[in-house]
Design a protein around this ligand. Structure first.
Ligand code: IPM
Ligand code: MG
Length: 354
């Protein structure tokens, strides 16, 4: 079990440290190697995804990532931005299947901005396509062009999918739905965008291989509304890269805190990059305040998906449930009467529960 650890920027190093402690406590014989990705890599090497990191990530069985980005790098040329490192590693390793579960822990029902009865028992899985779409489409850029007789700046991106890219992510989503409540909702914008008309057609074709799963379709604007109106109608949602980026943040917030949500990005052989859904939170970086649970739960996803060790995965998840039941809360999920803790103490509590 070779794991490449990429702490990244902001709160990344703090939360990854806790997740690594949890992983080591399980004594599964993992080999860990740490490398640079994101802003810290730009500072050290001038590039957000340096060659040394690329080699380690390629050789590893799995990758654990904290978060990348921060305001100090936002003015750099686009190819040097930390986010570019993240997009490059996803694309280069072919991590096309992004799984983002949004689960509401009963203890945190009050932390959601939605009414408890709307979110109680929520358990959604968003399957987001991660290596295609307008995120990577060419041509793209900002250029000077003569428009209406005047030289103007002109920005453009290209949205595209080929049918094999759509089919393979649909297959991942149908398989996931099979292991859950057998309901899959495919989200597109077929009333306006041809790319997503193709998406819908391929979804319908793929459904023929999964007669046991109920497939429905929603337009993305409606899906955004339905997620706050009645989120419990969803089991698995599958969608493209851009829509999935937006809907997964929305779904995360239903659960009270994005600080609780792990994610997996898998290639065709279940090699994966595991990271919390939240970002690098520069405002609280280095203060020991960040919630490490999403990263710890990302380790559980790693054990489940890449290493097929379901018992170790559920062991971690039970430990997290236990610390929540014991009342431990970081600032993002704090409640009256709770036991307020920082990053390290939350890690300690999970280790004790393990
Ligand atoms: C995410 C993030 C990234 C994305 C950014 C940091 C490039 O928002 O993982 O959802 O847009 O994919
Ligand atoms: Mg996002």
């Amino acid at each position: 079990m070779n794991i490449c650890v990429l702490p990244g920027d902001g709160i990344g190093p703090e939360i990854v440290a806790e997740a690594v402690r949890v992983l080591q406590a399980l004594e599964l014989g993992c080999e860990l190697e740490t490398a640079l990705l994101g802003g810290c890599a730009v500072d050290a090497t001038g590039e957000p995804y340096p060659e040394a990191t690329r080699r380690l990530a390629e050789q590893a069985d799995a990758i654990l990532l904290g978060a990348v980005g921060g305001p100090q790098w936002d003015r750099l040329p686009r190819h040097q931005r930390p986010e570019r490192g993240l997009l490059a590693i996803r694309q280069q390793l072919g991590l096309f299947a992004n799984l983002r579960p949004a689960v509401l822990y009963p203890e945190l029902a009050d932390a959601s901005t939605l009414k408890p009865e709307v979110v109680a028992g929520l358990d959604i899985l968003i399957v987001r396509e991660l290596t295609g779409d307008i995120y990577f489409g060419q041509p793209r850029g900002i250029e000077s062009r003569e428009i209406n007789g005047r030289l103007q700046r002109y920005g453009f991106n290209t949205m595209h999918y080929d049918e094999s890219e759509i089919r393979r992510i649909l297959q991942v989503a149908f398989e996931a739905a099979r292991k859950r409540r057998r309901k899959l909702c495919s989200v597109d914008k077929m009333n306006v965008l041809e790319t997503t008309q193709l998406w819908r057609d391929v979804a319908n074709e793929t459904a023929a291989d999964y007669p046991d799963v109920e497939l429905s379709h929603q337009l993305v604007d409606n899906a955004a509304m339905q997620l706050v109106r009645n989120p419990k109608q969803f089991d698995v949602i599958v969608t493209g890269n851009l829509f999935g980026d937006i809907l997964s943040d929305e779904a995360a917030m239903l659960t009270g805190s994005i600080g609780m949500l792990p994610s997996a990005s898998l290639d065709e052989h279940n090699k994966g990059l595991y990271e919390p859904c939240h970002g690098s939170a520069p405002d609280i970086a280095g203060k020991g305040l960040a919630n490490p649970l999403a990263t710890i739960l990302s380790v559980a996803m790693m054990l489940r998906y890449t290493f097929a060790n379901e018992s170790a995965a559920s062991h971690i998840e039970s430990a997290v449930k236990k610390v929540l039941a014991q009342g431990y809360r970081t600032a993002d999920i704090d409640q009256p009467g709770a036991q307020r803790v920082g990053t390290r103490a939350m890690g300690d509590a999970v280790l004790a529960a393990l």
